[in-house]
Design a protein around this ligand. Structure first.
Ligand code: GLU
Length: 368
């Protein structure tokens, strides 16, 4: 079983598991969840929890509604609610003698390599100290343009940067069904997803219309990140009392299996970027060269979209806009506009200064 075989597990819980529709805190549930975590720790697993709820608990404390909350106000509300969230977890987890720490991340903490490595080191040190990291997005600081916005994708990126082998998204459904389970009694839970193909995308739209939140969409985005970075991911029902134990006993959830991945940690980080800053559209000859493991040269670039700096993540697309690879650009977007289509020997002349000859070096690139 995937969970049993994992050494390091990320578990994401959503606000609706912590607070019910009457705005009552589900303490009993959290007590049972803590027992699940205790069991995992006893079995020598390292656990990271990603929990939402800062905004919901802030609203509860202020007795205001989450609806129509403007961004700047919600940042303040999150700041008030985050401490409520930690207090709640601390109070409950203490009963199971579990130690918690808090990590608040912004998008850049996972998307800038140096910061991602630093975050991994902090996770490792916390494990050594016997503490369970509890992660949330730093909602009080993040602005709408530089924000995860949903903890599903945040959790998948946390799983990747921390080198975890399994991510569990606890949700209010059993997983992904092949039809709307409320409308169709014959709807079957899909147990294993090897590839997110059009069939699966179809199922997602059926599941979305059922729940009306788009919640399945960000979960599938998270699954894509896990698949390419070599991590197992499950969507499972968190509403039941011992959700993790339930997965171990009954396996009634949807597992997304990782693609076999021999990539090193840096390349996994490159491929699972959440916010590529631009696109390079390249010709057929360059596509063939990439397939032979070559670097991307200016000569093969037809056009470019987006504004980015040197070192930023970019997507590499063919003329039909199909994605072939991702990489870190050695030039900024203005420079690429000037050198695209040029032979490498001409680059210094066009730019007026000496620079690298590859636009994306093969070591900074991963094929999809
Ligand atoms: N970070 C947000 C919070 O703590 C939640 C984001 C989400 O629901 O995915 O309220």
């Amino acid at each position: 079983m995937y969970l049993n075989n994992s050494k390091q597990i990320v578990i994401k819980i959503g606000s609706s598991l912590l607070i019910d529709y009457k705005k009552n805190i589900r303490k009993e549930w959290l007590l049972n969840f803590a027992k699940d975590i205790k069991e995992l720790i006893k079995n020598k697993k390292r656990v990271i929890i990603v929990s939402s709820g800062a905004i919901a608990l802030g609203c509860k404390k202020l007795n205001i509604s989450k609806k129509n909350l403007k961004l700047d106000k919600s940042q303040a509300v999150a700041s008030i609610g985050q401490i409520e969230l930690m207090n709640l977890f601390n109070e409950i987890f203490k009963k199971s003698k579990l130690n918690l720490s808090q990590i608040l991340l912004t998008l850049e903490d996972t998307e800038i390599r140096r910061r991602a490595i630093n975050a991994k080191r902090t996770f490792d040190n916390l494990f050594d100290l016997g503490f369970i990291p509890l992660v949330n997005e730093n909602d009080s600081i993040a602005t709408s343009e530089i924000k995860y916005g949903d903890n599903d994708r945040l959790a998948s990126r946390v799983a990747q940067i921390s080198g975890s082998d399994c991510l569990i998204l606890l949700s209010d459904v059993d997983g992904l069904f092949d039809a709307n389970p409320k409308l169709n009694k014959k709807a079957k839970l899909i147990n294993n997803v090897k590839e997110i193909n059009t069939n699966i995308e179809n199922y997602i739209s059926k599941n979305i219309s059922e729940h009306g939140t788009g919640g399945m969409k960000t979960k599938i985005e998270a699954a894509k990140i896990c698949q390419i970075s070599g991590c197992y991911m499950a969507i499972a029902n968190g509403l039941i009392d011992r959700p993790i134990n339930n997965i171990i006993q009954n396996n009634n959830c949807t597992w997304f299996l990782p693609k076999v991945s021999k990539l090193d940690a840096r390349k996994k980080w490159i491929i699972s970027s959440i916010s590529p800053k631009g696109e390079l559209i390249i010709d057929e000859g360059a596509i063939q060269a990439l397939k032979r493991g070559k670097s991307l040269l200016a000569a093969g670039i037809k056009s470019i979209n987006g504004k980015f700096n040197k070192g930023d993540h970019v997507k590499i697309l063919d003329k039909n806009m199909n994605e072939h690879a991702r990489g870190l650009s050695s030039f900024n977007s203005d420079e690429i506009v000037r050198i695209k289509g040029q032979h490498s020997s001409k680059i210094s002349e066009v730019l007026g200064y000496v620079s690298k000859s590859e636009v994306i070096h093969k070591d900074d690139m991963v094929e999809i």
